[in-house]
Design a binder for this molecule. Structure first.
Ligand SMILES: CCCCCCCC(=O)SCCNC(=O)CCNC(=O)[C@H](O)C(C)(C)COP(=O)(O)OP(=O)(O)OC[C@H]1O[C@@H](n2cnc3c(N)ncnc32)[C@H](O)[C@@H]1OP(=O)(O)O
Ligand SMILES: Cc1cc2nc3c(=O)[nH]c(=O)nc-3n(C[C@H](O)[C@H](O)[C@H](O)COP(=O)(O)OP(=O)(O)OC[C@H]3O[C@@H](n4cnc5c(N)ncnc54)[C@H](O)[C@@H]3O)c2cc1C
Length: 661
């Protein structure tokens, strides 16, 4: 395609953008990865995998049938699993890379490598881990996490699948009594997996003890046939992730040994005696760790999208900024900068905050193993909040990036559509966002009520009962903006609690009053989490030891993040009196300056995400900026272009055209 207008210019333009880099790119990459050693290991693994031709798609997946897409991804993921074993790469190490981007349409082994493995680690007894751990690690057992049913995803206590203990045979009888009891959604369950952790209502000694996790073999390990007493299948096309063979599962009085109940936290003895866990929600632990993982997973989608849109915006020219002058790079338009730069900042804010939650998770897990569950509610709140806000911000960010690429952003080959469909799935899966934010709010209201009564509350929420400042804050430093978030969050919780109480005083019962306040309660959950993210971002940036240039760009990004979210949420600040209209005008002016300053660093900033072309997989976002050549080459791959005149012409068009002659 030599001679396509502007193609060589694109390469040159990105070179010029990179020449102006004001910071040490490697330092930023290390921060995002979580350390120099992690960057080195990530690159080793990505080099190994990306250089392997077995991961190349002969035909773009969009042109394949549903079954061929699945088969292609299974081929790739099995090759990946073999290579991981050969080169001693653990699932955890794979998680630090973006190698699963080589799978274009969902990972049939995704649930095996994440929730199934984590459930065994967190919920199985040491003896059970010895029994199944190695088999799972070497992929003899391929499992999923089967919790959601057709009738219930959110309300786990409403699950209908039963596991009834029979002391005579020392077995549990698994049963799906209704159509709505059908397990529906588990990833990889349709055709790939031969086992699952199934959440079912445990019945023993004529009492229901609530949902518990069971290890269940679903298919014959030799023939892969579904075992008698089980019905299994795939649920059909989804908005995206179509190669993940999300499945359905029904049990017809299917028997499993007593010892298949995951017994780390609760047990059923041979005679049927039930031993309670030290906290009733410990069996929900796999969801907590997965929520933190999902927060990171969707930010990685955002990092891909904003890399694509930023590089494209540096090579795309459109319209006239000044009448009569040459068409500028679209990145020159302030509106374009506003679409992209806050999302670059978001990647840092969300990654650093998710990492903080992950470290809380580590501490709380250690506490639990010593019998201390005091910090579990706080962990549940943080992980719910970070998952919800990450999924929401990433999805909105990816969509904004898609729109920022105009028509070409609508092309599948830009990769932006599939980034969107996978990001938006994170809003629903692993706890629907609204529901999770209401869980955060539940903790806030409870903590606020305890704090005003002088009872002890955990440090992250002690601010709720602190007295509000009488006047709005006179300065607008970073610290002041974070404090403004905190004060506004406390004020919103206070106001919402007062409304809740007022409704109760007027005679509504608490659940109805709660429902009547739930729009505000979701906002409480969001604002508290945003405050947490802002605070974590600022304190990470302040404490990081890097060169002056790198520190400077991080401070600038952090400032943009704070100013952007303060102006977006200005209603809260005005209402709480923490900021005035004049403050907001000052911040809006500052945002213009920040956008102009960061614009110059936009391309180096996304380069620092260090996403290889093979993993970005986009016609618009490749390192060299040869957008138009790639778009054209990809279009040539359309099966319709194999012939000049399509079959449909002879079958349908020609008779129509001829009939009217
Ligand atoms: C790569 C990975 C790919 C992943 C693919 C996706 C896989 C999946 O989607 S798997 C399925 C995920 N499903 C979900 O996340 C379901 C979401 N639902 C839930 O988590 C819960 O049912 C939930 C939290 C909404 C409500 O639970 P419920 O038992 O009704 O609790 P509820 O009555 O509201 O609260 C009771 C108490 O438990 C607490 N609690 C609830 N969940 C937890 C938890 N996980 N840990 C600790 N405490 C908890 C509440 O805070 C509350 O505390 P308190 O009484 O002190 O205020
Ligand atoms: C791509 C994908 C992969 C998945 N993978 C798995 C898997 O591997 N394993 C598995 O077990 N499950 C899986 N799921 C299921 C997923 O966990 C559930 O879809 C999710 O938890 C939401 O539950 P639901 O579908 O029942 O939605 P619902 O709970 O029915 O939600 C519908 C609406 O009701 C609202 N709502 C529900 N409860 C409340 C409430 N208390 N207060 C206010 N509003 C409420 C929600 O906010 C939402 O707007 C997957 C789902 C998807 C989309």
């Amino acid at each position: 395609m030599a001679g396509v207008k502007g193609a060589a210019g694109c390469v040159e333009e990105l070179r010029r953008e990179r020449a102006g880099c004001s910071f040490n790119m490697e330092e930023l990459t290390n921060i995002l990865d979580g350390g120099k050693d992690i960057t080195t290991r990530r690159r080793e693994i990505e080099d190994l995998m990306c250089g392997d031709p077995a991961f190349k798609d002969e035909v773009p997946t969009e042109y394949l049938s549903h079954e061929d897409r699945y088969t292609t991804e299974v081929r790739k993921v099995c090759h990946l699993a073999r290579k991981m074993a050969q080169h001693n790469i653990s699932s955890r190490e794979l998680g630090i890379t973006s190698v699963t981007n080589l799978l274009r349409d969902g990972n049939p082994l995704g649930l095996h490598q994440s929730m199934f493995t984590n459930a065994l680690l967190g919920l199985a007894s040491p003896e059970q881990q010895r029994r199944w751990g190695r088999l799972a690690q070497n992929n003899t057992i391929i499992g999923t996490y089967a919790q959601t049913e057709m009738g219930h995803g959110t309300f786990i206590r409403g699950l209908e699948t039963t596991a009834t203990y029979d002391p005579k045979t020392e077995e549990f009888i698994l049963h799906s009594p209704t159509i709505t009891a059908t397990k529906w959604w588990p990833g990889g369950m349709g055709k790939t997996c031969n086992a699952a952790i199934v959440m079912a209502q445990l019945h023993t000694q004529d009492e229901c003890r609530g949902p518990h996790p069971f290890f269940v073999q679903l298919r014959d390990l030799d023939t892969h046939h579904t075992l008698p007493g089980i019905t299994l299948g795939e649920i059909g096309p989804r908005l995206g992730l179509n190669s993940q063979d999300n499945g359905y599962l029904r049990f017809d009085h299917y028997r499993i040994p007593r010892t298949n109940l995951l017994m780390r936290h609760s047990q059923v003895l041979q005679d049927g005696t039930y031993i309670k866990p030290i906290h009733t929600k410990l069996s929900y632990g796999t969801m907590i760790v997965t929520r933190v993982g999902i927060a990171v997973l969707c930010v990685k989608k955002l990092a891909c999208a904003v890399t694509i849109a930023t590089r494209y915006s540096a090579v795309r020219h459109q319209s006239e900024l000044v009448p009569g002058e040459p068409e500028p790079q679209i990145l020159e338009y302030q509106t374009q900068q506003y679409k992209l730069l806050p999302h670059i900042a978001s990647v840092y804010a969300l990654i650093l905050s998710a990492r903080s939650v992950a470290s809380v998770h580590g501490k709380v897990t250690a506490d639990i193993s010593r019998g201390n569950v005091d910090f579990l509610p706080e962990l549940h709140t943080l992980s719910s909040g970070i998952k919800a806000v990450s999924a929401q911000d990433s999805t909105q960010g990816v969509e904004t990036c898609r729109l920022a690429c105009g028509g070409h952003g609508y092309m599948a080959s830009s990769r932006l559509p599939s980034l969107y469909t996978s990001a938006t799935s994170c809003i629903t899966l692993e706890g629907e966002n609204t529901v999770l934010l209401l869980q955060v709010a539940r903790y806030l209201i409870k903590s606020y009520r305890a704090a005003v009564k002088g009872k002890p509350v955990l440090p992250s929420v002690s601010y709720l009962a602190a007295s509000p400042p009488v006047h709005h804050t006179p300065e607008l430093s970073n610290k002041a903006l974070v404090e403004a978030f905190r004060t506004s969050s406390a004020s919103l919780v206070r106001e919402t609690e007062a409304n809740l109480q007022r409704l109760c005083d007027m005679g509504q019962n608490y659940p109805h009053a709660w429902n009547s306040c739930s729009v505000a309660l979701v906002r409480c959950g969001e604002l508290h989490t945003r405050y947490y993210i802002c605070e974590r971002f600022l304190s990470s940036v302040e404490s990081v030891a890097v060169s002056e240039g790198t520190k400077g760009i991080l401070v600038c990004l952090c400032r943009l993040y704070l100013v952007y979210h303060v102006t977006l949420n200005q209603g809260h600040f005005l209402r709480s009196g923490t900021l005035s209209a004049a403050d907001l005008s000052t911040l809006e002016e500052e945002m213009s300056d920040l956008l102009a300053r960061l614009r110059k660093q936009a391309v180096p900033l996304v380069d620092a995400f260090d996403i290889r072309d093979e993993l970005l997989a986009s016609t618009l976002g490749a390192w060299d900026g040869r957008v138009y050549e790639r778009l054209y080459d990809e279009a040539l791959k359309s099966p319709l272009n194999k012939t000049d005149v399509p079959k449909a012409y002879y079958k349908y068009l020609r008779p129509l055209i001829k009939a009217s002659l």
